[in-house]
Write a protein that binds this ligand. Structure first.
Ligand code: ZN
Ligand code: ZN
Length: 94
């Protein structure tokens, strides 16, 4: 009898853990898709999809991307452009 109870407790715990994991995954997925904003590096128009700005016809970058105004290179960290030796500017939605 004791063994059966132990087994049931074990199974119950495993189910609870797998439930918690699956709900965690869905939560991160929805958070990610919601927070991604694309910003035009020239006129700062925003979009929730990657693509070109309707106005400037330049590729939009993710919100918070560092952008070289000289050649259009992008980086996720603040740095100087390897090509133009210019400080890259952070592109954020305004
Ligand atoms: Zn634009
Ligand atoms: Zn550059």
């Amino acid at each position: 009898m004791k063994k059966l109870i132990l087994l049931a407790t074990c199974l119950g715990m495993m189910t609870a853990v797998s439930f918690a994991q699956s709900s965690d995954k869905t939560e991160t997925r929805t958070k990610k898709s919601k927070s991604t904003t694309y910003v035009c590096p020239k006129c700062h128009a925003t979009s929730n999809k990657a693509g070109n700005c309707m106005k400037c016809n330049v590729a939009m970058v993710k919100d918070g991307t560092y952008y070289c105004t000289g050649c259009g290179a992008t980086s996720d960290k603040p740095m100087k452009c390897a090509k133009c030796n210019m400080d890259m500017v952070k592109i954020t939605a305004k």
